[in-house]
Design a binder for this molecule. Structure first.
Ligand SMILES: *Cc1c(COP(=O)(O)O)cnc(C)c1O
Length: 401
């Protein structure tokens, strides 16, 4: 992966050769995230996006407190999806004004914490409106709210769609006028709309189309709003390449389209701040998962490298995190970069299930017990998205370097 270089056969991350980093961490398996790459990614994005468009980090992609702290200093806001994430965002020093909270089934306790913290709640149901009205009265504060809209369209070519059709997310577009009336009736502090159509999209045209449709829908719905729009979150969905043949997302058309929308917004919704929220695009490529070869077995001619970590730490790389077809993440033997002796091998974890497969018959440097297998594109949906208790192995270590 071209974001990392190597030195005397060792992959380097955060300017550290892998063997030295592994010794510093003290044990395998571990995740390592490169702060330099995180900063570079945000800077590259800022160079293409119009300056008036705010960039939020959706921290469910990677909620490691040290990483969220680093990101909080780079982006304009943090999007959280639970009270646990809210705590991490507040601890990281994010300004409550720029924290927003989305997710279906927010509990009364979570809504109360959100109102007390002064963050923006992206409403997903009529029940949440009623609960917030009662909480606002009780605390003597008006809840800051935006309506998360389940649009009447889908994000084309998305890895996971989260809007359009019947969905548990947001309020259906056709019911939004009624929700806005309720919000006005209860005197909640209405700020705007949140639209999130889907995730992991590598097609710029599809993202541009979704952003345009989201803007139009928000403009139509704004006619029913109890106050002028101050906030319009157009979602994100920017993907990263994981598999052979996938092309990097072309940001230029997205930047140009956002500039055109921002220009329109300056007259059509002059008080509104345009926001995009990104998770994996900001952090995914900056992280690696490192696991050590414990055993090398040959079964009926096929080489298996048995490693000390597996789907219990990295469910996505095993292909079991929502993927329809299992494909190999990019993998290398991190202490044998550039080796000329290669072979076809499968990398499997220590769990007693055939699902625990990290690389299926890939060409890799010939490896022995003690070598370090690296899985790239692992900065998002890794440790926190994996069933760490399954089979009772130790939890994975995470470091920011
Ligand atoms: C998951 C999620 C994101 C982040 O998605 P990525 O694919 O990681 O960018 C953003 N917004 C909402 C509402 C989400 O649920």
């Amino acid at each position: 992966m071209d974001q990392f270089s190597s030195e005397h056969g060792d992959l380097t991350i955060g300017n550290l050769p892998l063997k030295k980093l592994a010794a510093r961490v003290g044990r395998t398996p571990f995740y390592a995230y490169d702060r330099g790459l995180l900063s570079t990614r945000v800077a590259e994005l800022r160079a293409v996006l119009p300056a008036v468009v705010k960039l939020h980090y959706a921290m469910k992609a990677n909620p490691l407190p040290a990483l969220v702290c680093h990101m909080a200093g780079l982006v304009d806001g943090i999007d959280v999806a639970s009270s646990g994430e809210l705590k991490v965002a507040l601890d990281a020093g994010a300004d409550p004004h720029d924290i927003s909270f989305a997710g279906p089934g927010k509990s009364v306790g979570e809504l109360r914490q959100a109102v007390a913290a002064g963050i923006l709640v992206n409403l997903e149901s009529f029940r949440e409106i009623d609960e917030l009205a009662a909480i606002s009265q009780e605390l003597g504060l008006s809840a800051r709210v935006a309506v998360r809209v389940n649009p009447d369209f889908e994000l084309k070519s998305s890895g996971m769609t989260m809007g359009g059709g019947p969905k548990q997310f947001g309020i259906d577009a056709e019911q939004v006028p009624a929700a806005l009336a309720e919000i006005g009736h209860h005197g909640l502090a209405f700020e705007g709309f949140h639209l999130f159509a889907g995730s992991q999209n590598l097609k710029a045209e599809a993202i541009v189309e979704a952003q345009c449709k989201s803007y139009e829908l928000a403009l139509r719905l704004a006619e029913h709003a109890p106050a002028p729009l101050r906030f319009l979150n157009l979602g994100g969905g920017f993907g990263i390449p994981y598999f052979p043949g996938e092309q990097r997302l072309d940001l230029a058309p997205i930047g140009a389209n956002l500039a055109a929308l921002a220009e329109r917004a300056s007259t059509e919704m002059p008080a509104a701040e345009l926001v995009i929220e990104l998770g994996r695009y900001l952090v995914g490529e900056a992280g690696i998962y490192v696991t050590r070869v414990v055993d090398r077995k040959v079964s009926r001619g096929q080489v298996f490298l048995v490693v000390d970590g597996g789907l219990n730490h990295h469910l996505s790389a095993s292909g079991n995190f929502g993927q329809v077809i299992r494909k190999n993440y990019p993998v290398a033997i991190g202490n044998r970069m550039g080796a000329t002796e290669k072979e076809t091998a499968s990398v499997v974890g220590p769990l007693c299930t055939p699902l625990d497969l990290l690389a299926d018959r890939m060409e890799l440097a010939r490896a022995e017990p003690g070598d370090l297998v690296v899985i790239f594109q692992s900065g998002a949906y890794g440790a926190s998205a994996s069933p760490q208790g399954f089979l009772g192995h130790p939890a994975v270590v995470e470091v920011l370097v």
